[in-house]
Design a binder for this molecule. Structure first.
Ligand code: PLP
Length: 407
């Protein structure tokens, strides 16, 4: 069978048997290497999506592949009833890299945020403050799709049809310290926010905003939770985005790039806060399972030892510089923003047709919200690949059907 018809039959079968929760592009990817992916027909794509900010070291990284293969031959899973080496080594390395003293491992960003919400509530429960259970999070935030994390997410569209959402979640505008201050009372246990909003449109706060949030939390005895699921693991040019703002939280959540493509989430906390979790309070079968932990450990070693984050900062600046050049020539481009290699371009026309046009030309980019293009390549992306993307966008932006309002 020709590969084209293999793809067609794959799409047909998948659309029949897989839950219809994603609007997929008609593209079957079969192989990857660094920043390049190949489809079933052998066509190559330069990847500015990285599995949605997941494959920070790129695809098929030889050292990650080797760590996974070796661990697969040694021990894949035994449960958390026993100690295992990769999980312990990983936790120790993570806590030496940040404010935290303890790590709870899970399998996704939503689960990491669930754990954070439960820990914040339990912390005050243990102190006899049972009425202190509310979480304040941000408008336009994204924290996941489980019932608690969608309740904490500041986007109405993801809640439609799932009422009643959980009680005890409130929202304030991101980057507005007065609005937050006005909401904080003795019923609030935690403030949950992304240091840089990702799904909400790649929004970077003012330089002193996060410090202001921490100050308010300290004044009122409230726990500060940073959701670094998207911004963590070097994406913004530091291991964790909050490092740019010279502030630490009490709790931080990670997932996405933690194991460079294997499913892993983590919730990290200071000793004082983490002590509210004791045996029986929280658990998950696969959390920190050896094979995933081995990948994450290797990932963390590479990220911290091979100058990847310096490269990410340099390439991020270069990408934004080149995107800003496009803005000079096209009035439909309203803003170019981001941090490290989490970049967004706000436009006044729908982003989806531009994403499809890029794909036709061999570039994967994606859209967040209706009119924001997001660029989150592997952190190892090179200038030549950025230049090629810019040439592709330049060509696409000549097409009036794509870039004229109402076109
Ligand atoms: N938090 C943030 C900031 C995210 O960007 C995401 C996913 O996009 C999540 C949480 C949810 O992560 P997951 O899809 O792994 O549940």
């Amino acid at each position: 069978m020709k590969s084209e018809s293999i793809s067609k039959s794959l799409f047909d079968t998948a659309d029949r048997v897989i839950a219809n929760t994603y609007q997929r592009f008609p593209l079957a990817l079969v192989r990857g290497d660094g920043c390049t992916l190949w489809d079933a027909d052998g066509k190559s794509y330069t990847d500015f999506v990285a599995g949605i900010a997941v494959c920070n070291l790129g695809h098929a990284h030889p050292k990650i592949a080797e760590a996974v293969a070796l661990q697969a031959k040694t021990l894949i899973h035994v449960s958390n009833l026993y100690y295992t080496l990769p999980q312990t080594e990983l936790a120790e390395m993570l806590v030496t890299q940040c404010f935290a003293d303890r790590v709870f491992f899970c399998n996704s960003g939503a689960e990491a945020n669930e754990a954070a919400i439960k820990l914040a509530r339990r912390y005050f429960f243990d102190r006899g403050e049972k009425d202190r259970y509310r979480i304040i999070s941000m408008e336009r935030s994204f924290h996941g799709r489980t019932m608690a994390t969608l309740s904490a997410t500041g986007q109405g569209k993801i809640k439609v049809g799932f009422d009643p959402v959980l009680e005890g979640f409130d929202f304030v505008p991101f980057n507005d310290i007065q609005a937050l201050e006005a909401k904080l009372d003795e019923t609030v246990c935690g403030v949950l926010l992304e240091p840089v909003q990702g799904e909400g449109g790649v929004r970077v706060p003012d330089a002193d905003y996060l410090k202001g949030v921490r100050r308010l939390c300290d004044e009122r005895g409230i726990l500060l939770i940073f959701d670094e699921v998207q911004t963590g693991m070097g994406r913004t040019g530091k291991l964790f985005a909050h490092e740019h703002f010279d502030v630490t939280p009490h709790i931080m959540t990670l997932a996405k790039a933690l194991a460079n493509g294997l499913p892993m989430g983590a919730m990290l906390a200071t000793e004082k806060v983490a002590s509210a979790f004791v045996p029986g309070t929280h658990a998950t079968t696969f959390g920190g399972t050896p094979i995933v932990a081995a990948a994450a450990l290797e990932n963390l070693k590479i990220l911290t030892r091979e100058g990847i984050m310096d490269h990410c900062r340099e390439m991020g600046e270069y990408l934004r510089e080149r995107l800003a050049e496009l803005m000079e020539h096209h009035s439909f481009i309203l803003d170019v923003r981001g941090m490290g290699l989490l970049c967004g371009m706000k436009i006044s026309v729908p982003a989806a047709p531009i994403v499809r046009a890029c794909m036709k030309k061999g570039f994967l980019v994606n859209a967040v919200q209706e009119k924001i293009l997001r660029f989150v390549p592997p952190l190892i992306v090179e200038k030549e690949q950025i230049d090629a993307l810019i040439s592709c966008l330049e060509e696409i932006f000549q097409d009036p059907d794509l870039v004229e309002e109402g076109g």
